[in-house]
Ligand binder design. Structure first.
Ligand code: B1M
Length: 212
């Protein structure tokens, strides 16, 4: 079986050591980083995303696949910079102030990364201004916020209001998500998009950036 397919298959099975080894071998054989990334790692992750969406696999499987993805991607990063593979956009992500839940946010970040976005992950308990200042400093076009508590959801509105108050609505788009949120709530607070899960967040961010 060819190396690229081995990378994809092993990623789908969450075999991080195998992904590490096959990626190493692919690099040693001078296969292009873009092909290792697109046809190996991203192709594998997109199968994982589809299976997760269809409830054929579950959260622990996705987390293992994510770990495997990092095992490959970490080795590719320097090559990608060298080959100049453009990322399709920068997204600042974080769980909002007061919220320590970050599993869902991390999944969303992984899916976005897998789709080719550069992610600036602020972690959890992120103050409103920090989202905006980081987006501006890094020229990121999208802010993605996650909240898992009904008590922290209103922090998202603070960020939306701040973006408007600073006249940044044309520069920075906002996507929100998290278990207690709804499409309606996102609309009410004036967010540009609502993401139901990681795959959906990828679609919505692409839409926001006109990449569909
Ligand atoms: Co807490 N917790 N928790 N918790 N916790 C919930 C959220 C809760 C619903 C449990 C319950 O009572 N049934 C409840 C909230 C109730 C409410 O607000 N109405 C709750 C509570 C009350 C609390 C504490 C207050 C408990 C306490 O201390 N008394 C406390 C608060 C801490 C704080 O944040 N300040 C607390 C603490 C914790 C732990 C630290 C123990 C732990 C978090 C560990 C961590 O994240 N590192 C934890 C956990 C694990 C949960 C539950 C059990 C699971 C959350 C999770 O990770 N789900 C949760 C119950 C539940 O949700 N059923 C619960 C899996 C994850 C993949 O899903 O995060 O929904 P989720 O993300 C999804 C989508 O929502 C979406 O995509 C993801 C992938 O599909 N998504 C986005 C998420 N963010 C997105 C962003 C996007 C787009 C999509 O765009 C940017």
């Amino acid at each position: 079986m060819d190396i690229i397919k081995q990378i994809s298959d092993n990623l789908q099975r969450g075999e991080d050591e195998e992904v590490y080894n096959f990626t190493r071998r692919a690099i040693e054989q001078n296969l292009p980083a873009k092909s290792i990334l697109d046809d190996g790692l991203i192709a594998g992750m997109s199968v994982v995303g589809e299976k997760f969406k269809a409830h054929e696999i579950f959260l622990p499987d996705v987390l293992l696949a994510a770990k495997a993805m990092y095992a490959g991607m970490d080795q590719l990063k320097p090559l990608m910079i060298k080959e100049g593979i453009p990322t399709i956009g920068k997204v600042v992500v974080g769980s909002v102030q007061g919220d320590l839940h970050d599993i869902g946010k991390n999944l969303v970040a992984i899916m976005l990364r897998g789709a080719g976005f550069e992610i600036i992950d602020l972690g959890n308990d992120v103050p409103p201004e920090k989202f905006i200042d980081t987006a501006l400093e890094n020229e990121a076009a999208v802010i993605g916020m996650s909240a898992l508590l009904t008590t922290t959801m209103p922090v998202m509105k603070k960020v939306v209001d701040l973006v408007k108050a600073r006249n940044l609505s044309d520069k920075v788009k906002i996507i929100v998500g998290g278990a207690p949120l709804t499409e309606d709530y996102a609309r009410q607070i004036g967010a540009d998009a609502y993401g139901f899960d990681g795959m959906n967040a990828v679609d919505k961010v692409k839409e926001l950036l006109g990449l569909h």
